[in-house]
Design a protein around this ligand. Structure first.
Ligand SMILES: *[C@@H]1O[C@H](CO)[C@@H](O)[C@H](O)[C@H]1NC(C)=O
Ligand SMILES: *[C@@H]1O[C@H](CO)[C@@H](O)[C@H](O)[C@H]1NC(C)=O
Ligand SMILES: *[C@@H]1O[C@H](CO)[C@@H](O)[C@H](O)[C@H]1NC(C)=O
Ligand SMILES: *[C@@H]1O[C@H](CO)[C@@H](O)[C@H](O)[C@H]1NC(C)=O
Ligand SMILES: *[C@@H]1O[C@H](CO)[C@@H](O)[C@H](O)[C@H]1NC(C)=O
Ligand SMILES: *[C@@H]1O[C@H](CO)[C@@H](O)[C@H](O)[C@H]1NC(C)=O
Length: 382
């Protein structure tokens, strides 16, 4: 009996340790979620969650040759069948527009043509790669033009969102890569836009964040209330989670979970699109790529949590609180939202967990909770 105890004790200790590691929220399907709460200090309850995973697209890998004729580039076909699938076309539209209409009037010095041939999946060949593949948006400077890449969300009705991408930017100076919200207007002063923009001429630890327009209404200078050049903890040339929380009242940006910038001024108010691109127009701000040089935005996944339920998160400390491993979630009681989910607390990126259920706590019934109980009972019995 004694010997048995001595043998079992370290084992039970190990179980207790394991139970701590596994004491997670229950992984659920999006169908089980009435709403989503995000961590961080801004934000609302969101109604919808979408995850676009580009990490296992081996069967769609095809890196098209660079087309040196601007018309051929503009009219190119998509690089693989996946981009014709409903899964993709319901969500995103690969762009073919060019800047010829405003070449003479604006700062642009180079014809820029968006080409479907610059949006493709490629194999992740780096050593210790975290994925089989990723999505690339390529921009290349050619003799007659700048070949560029852009895809825009098909819905133009995102109304507040936490947009995240696991991405990096690599390549030559003189290009811009970006993730942004966009609401079109014919009056440039009425465009609503929240931006994350990487200038490849900048040092890797600098990213520019903006609530557009970033120019004064008279167009004679930069509006320093609208834009920031932030220092980021992980360089843009390394893989990192870039997150932009567009909330009523402010836009807040994070890199790998760290708040890097927050701008309240001119926060977009109305429903918008979400856009990703990689481009240059030879102007002073983007820079002028040298002939033959290339730059890429490479994305392993995109996660969108969007559309506010109208219920604001509360900052009142006396309101009900849920403590997660990755933050404190204060909430008002919400109508019609029994099952509150989180995509921050999950260990399976892209799949939500139940933060708090209508009938029970998210953690209840979980192996992680029962293991220590079991271990304690065994310890008493021995
Ligand atoms: C640029 O766009 C215009 C207007 O859509 C189109 O007529 C023209 O063919 C395009 N040029 C190139 C090089 O794609
Ligand atoms: C966001 O919510 C609005 C209002 O309920 C809805 O019309 C719109 O389709 C939603 N947007 C998306 C992208 O689902
Ligand atoms: C950000 O950096 C760009 C490029 O160096 C510069 O033009 C701009 O004035 C800077 N903006 C702010 C707000 O510092
Ligand atoms: C986020 O960081 C920015 C820049 O350092 C700062 O101005 C802002 O107050 C921070 N916001 C929060 C909620 O911590
Ligand atoms: C960019 O380069 C092109 C040719 O390579 C040149 O025509 C143009 O003037 C340059 N623009 C700037 C702003 O330097
Ligand atoms: C929020 O969750 C993310 C994972 O999505 C994590 O990286 C970050 O550190 C968390 N933030 C806080 C304030 O705990």
């Amino acid at each position: 009996m004694e010997a048995g105890r001595r043998l079992l004790r370290p084992f039970l200790g190990f179980i207790l340790l394991l139970s701590h590691v596994f004491a997670d929220y229950q992984i659920v399907n999006d169908k089980s979620c009435d709403c989503y709460l995000t961590n961080g200090s801004t934000g609302t309850y969101f109604t919808t969650h979408k995850f676009y995973d580009f990490r296992s697209m081996s069967q769609h890998v095809n890196v098209p040759a660079v087309l040196s004729d601007p018309d051929a580039a503009g009219q190119a076909d998509v690089s693989n069948d996946y981009f014709n699938s409903q899964e993709w076309t319901d969500a995103w539209g690969i762009q073919q527009w060019n800047n010829s209409a405003n070449l003479d009037s604006g700062d642009a010095s180079v014809l820029m043509v968006n080409s479907p041939s610059n949006v493709y999946f490629e194999k992740n060949t780096e050593s210790g790669a975290q994925s089989d593949t990723f999505l690339t948006l390529r921009t290349v400077r050619l003799e007659d033009f700048q070949s560029s890449a852009e895809f825009e969300s098909v819905p133009k009705t995102y109304h507040f969102a936490s947009a995240r991408m696991y991405a990096r930017t690599v390549g030559a100076p003189g290009a811009i890569t970006a993730m942004f919200t966009y609401r079109k207007s014919d009056d440039p002063n009425k465009i609503q836009e929240a931006d994350l923009e990487i200038r490849t001429m900048d040092p890797p630890d600098v990213i520019q964040y903006t609530n557009q327009p970033s120019y004064t209404r008279t167009g004679d200078g930069e509006n320093f209330q609208a834009t920031r050049n932030a220092t980021v903890p992980v360089g843009w040339d390394d893989w990192a989670v870039h997150r932009m929380d567009w909330s009523p009242g402010s836009t807040m940006w994070y890199v790998d979970g760290q708040n890097v910038s927050q701008i309240a001024y001119q926060t977009p108010r109305d429903p918008s699109q979400v856009i990703f691109n990689s481009w240059s127009d030879g102007a002073q701000w983007s820079g002028n790529m040298s002939l033959g040089s290339e730059a890429y935005l490479q994305i392993q996944w995109i996660e969108l949590i969007f559309n506010s339920t109208g219920n604001e998160k509360t900052t009142d400390p006396n309101k009900h609180r849920i403590r997660g491993m990755r933050g404190l979630y204060s909430r008002e009681d919400t109508k019609g939202c029994h099952n509150i989910c989180s995509v921050d607390e999950t260990k399976e990126i892209g799949t939500p967990v139940l933060l708090q259920g209508g009938a029970s706590q998210g953690r209840a019934g979980n192996l992680g909770l029962w293991m220590p109980v079991l271990a304690a009972i065994l310890l008493m019995l021995l």
